[in-house]
Structure formats: C-alpha cells, structure tokens
Design a protein around this ligand. Structure first.
Ligand code: AMP
Length: 113
C-alpha cells in the first residue's frame, strides 16, 4: 500500500501542524479549514476506509473519539458544540484513503447536501 498523506505526516516527510500525538493516534489542523476549528484525528495505522474496521479496532476507534472530545474541551468548544465526521469513499466525500475523524467547530454549522 502506498503511504497516504497522513502516513507521510506521521513519518515527518510532509509538514503539518500537529496538535496531538501518542503511540497510536495523531491529530493535526486541517490544511483547508471549513470552520474556525477544523482538526483531523487519525490512527497511525493506515486503514483505508471505515469499511475495513472490525471489532479488533474497537479500542482504536474509541481512542479517536475520546481524543476528539478532549480536543473539543481543550479548544473551548465542548459546551457550544461541534461536529465529528468520518467520510467513507467517493459518495461520502473521502479524499484521503486513511481513516480520519474531522472535528469541526467555532461557528453555527448547517446541514446541507
Ligand atoms: P476527507 O475529504 O474526508 O478525506 O478529508 C481529508 C481532509 O484532509 C481534507 O479536509 C483536507 O483539507 C485535509 N488535508 C489534505 N492534505 C492535508 C495536509 N497535508 N495537511 C492537513 N490536512 C490535509
């Protein structure tokens, strides 16, 4: 499998604004933010889409969500509100084939398609 943009960021081959990192997870600022706060939380393991997830990944998914909620608190948007999004494949709008959770906040979000 070819390295994704996120794997290249993990390997420090591409620069990014890293806001959180541990053994299994990284969070960065989105390069093209759709709101005042737009972070991406992803596993260091390169899993292409959420379709590939199994019960073996339960702990990982839990860590991704909990990291997002921690970041929401840290950046003072937990009370006002925020949105977590995971896109899957073309119709879902996924452009990077490495699962990631968007944390979007800092303005009143609409719901349009
Ligand atoms: P998705 O469309 O759900 O696959 O989301 C991919 C996200 O990655 C988009 O919001 C992009 O703006 C973001 N993105 C792509 N390349 C980079 C990069 N080098 N650094 C930070 N964010 C990126």
């Amino acid at each position: 499998m070819e390295d994704s943009i996120f794997t290249k960021i993990i390997k420090r081959e591409i620069k990014s604004e890293i806001i959180f990192e541990n053994e299994k997870i990284m969070a960065i600022k989105d390069i093209n933010p759709q709101a005042p706060i737009h972070f991406l939380i992803f596993p260091k393991e390169q899993i292409e889409t959420i379709n590939e997830l199994t019960s073996d990944n339960s702990e990982l998914i839990s860590q991704i969500i909990l990291t997002a909620t921690e970041l929401a608190r840290k950046y003072n948007v937990a009370e006002k509100g925020y949105r977590l999004v995971m896109n899957c494949n073309d119709d879902g709008g996924q452009t990077v084939p490495h699962i990631h959770c968007h944390l979007i906040a800092g303005k009143r979000l609409k719901w349009e398609f």
